[in-house]
Design a protein around this ligand. Structure first.
Ligand code: SF4
Length: 435
């Protein structure tokens, strides 16, 4: 989500005439788009800011902008801590960057953290890739997971209209993009704030309806979406994914803990049995689907047994990949105030244990690709070997292969290439292009 916001803000700066500087310490304008999901991400911001504040004291024309979730969370406190900052802007203000910078040009020091109706994109994002693009479909989150800072920094759910989303995808297709990833903090909430009830009394404009609505955009070969919430993941969505050919067989569905007691304390709104049922249903319809997830270890009060329940779910489900994190208490979240916090050493120990299990299982899961022919969408060159391309399988496995095909054809980013996989690692594959 932050990357997508950064690309939109970079697009606005380009329209304003800014060009990308060669180095961070040479730029005339520095914008940090910040993340507060864990404490260490937040601390990095302060160390970067220190260096820029020093520059600003020598060069008053330097413009210093702090955007994103740390900006939203800290607001004016940031100005007190680093008075050299010109603009503090929360994530809901990303599309207003030009207006806010004009206020800075007029000599103001600006804090933009008020709740905001998110403006439709007023400019073209400067996207990092020419092949794959993010498309925001819903901003914010109305859930109240007890550990999560997102609702307080990204505000209430705001869904974009299906017509505008389709228009954006059509424009991307015309520009040559081949893959889109629909984005939302809780993507299954899409459309809850839009009007419309079907003749059968069902809510219109769900994520599933949107997938049917955008699926036929010509030129787009692959569609993905993230992040799913087990509480709202429906059978109808699974059916749509099985039925629509461009929908990739990869599902990112965070389970967070294998213990029902911890899930309750996290206020996640589902049981681990419900989670297992979703995965079972996905695999029944799409047997080769890849499943990835997020998990938190060391949540306040997590016992050894509860941690073991998490390990056992990791084994039982056999995830293709998991983003693991040690619990980090965040400001303005209920669980940060609880007195049963676990010691850091225990959290780190559990994190190490789960990481080695995740790696072992990922390698086992990846072994199924050995000697298989996979369709890879080439995204760019391998930064370590310019003769190789890097792309992904439909199931989101990173794959490297020679850019030269058997017929002397040179493949390029944007090509869909059939690759025979011959090397399998825990988190990537390599192979030879065959057509
Ligand atoms: S659904 Fe996701 S973003 Fe929303 S509160 Fe829960 S963890 Fe945070």
């Amino acid at each position: 989500m932050n990357k997508a916001d950064s690309e939109r803000m970079a697009g606005i700066l380009e329209v304003m005439g800014y060009k990308k500087a060669t180095a961070e310490l040479e730029a005339d304008l520095v914008l940090y788009n910040t993340c507060t999901i864990r404490d260490n991400a937040e601390q990095k911001v302060y160390s970067y800011l220190g260096k820029q504040a020093q520059r600003k004291r020598k060069n008053p024309h330097l413009k210093l902008v702090i955007a994103g979730c740390v900006a939203q969370q800290e607001g004016e406190t940031l100005l007190r801590r680093v008075p050299e900052i010109d603009l503090v802007m929360g994530p809901q203000h990303a599309n207003r960057l030009q207006i806010l910078l004009q206020q800075v040009e007029n000599g103001q020091q600006v804090v933009a953290t008020n709740e905001q109706h998110i403006l439709e994109d007023i400019t073209t994002a400067r996207r990092d890739s020419n092949v794959c693009a993010w498309v925001n479909i819903i901003y914010g989150c109305n859930e109240r997971c007890t550990y999560c800072v997102v609702p307080s920094v990204r505000g209430k759910e705001q869904s974009r209209s299906p017509i505008i989303i389709r228009q954006e995808i059509e424009t991307l297709a015309k520009l040559g993009y081949k893959e889109i990833t629909l984005l939302g903090q809780n993507i299954d909430a899409y459309g809850r704030d839009l009007p419309g009830i079907t003749a059968e009394g069902r809510r219109e404009n769900t994520l599933t309806d949107l997938l049917y609505f955008i699926h036929d955009v010509e030129g787009i070969e692959r569609i993905r979406f993230a992040t799913s919430h087990p509480r709202y993941f429906t059978e109808r969505l699974i059916d749509a994914c099985a039925e629509l050919p461009k929908l990739c067989e990869h599902f990112h569905i965070p389970f967070q803990s294998g213990s029902n007691q911890i899930l309750k304390e996290m206020a996640r709104g589902y049981s681990i049995e419900r989670y297992q049922k979703i995965i079972y249903n996905i695999r029944e319809r799409m047997p080769d689907a890849a499943i990835s997830s997020d998990v938190i270890v060391g949540f306040p009060g997590e016992t050894d047994n509860q941690f073991k329940e998490t390990l056992s779910i990791v084994k039982d489900i056999g995830f293709d990949q998991i983003n693991t994190a040690a619990y980090s208490p965040r400001p303005n979240t209920p669980s940060a105030t609880w007195t049963n916090q676990l010691p850091e050493e225990l959290k780190v120990e559990r994190l190490k244990e789960i990481n080695s299990l995740v790696e072992e299982i990922a390698l086992k899961k990846n072994s199924r690709y050995s000697n298989r022919k996979e369709e890879i969408l080439a995204e760019g060159h391998n930064s370590k070997d310019p003769n190789q391309l890097m792309g992904r399988t439909r199931t989101n496995r990173i794959t490297f292969f020679n850019s030269k095909g058997p017929d002397e054809r040179i493949y390029k980013p944007g090509d869909l290439v059939t690759v025979l996989i011959n090397t399998v690692r825990s988190f990537s594959l390599s192979g030879t292009p065959i057509s």
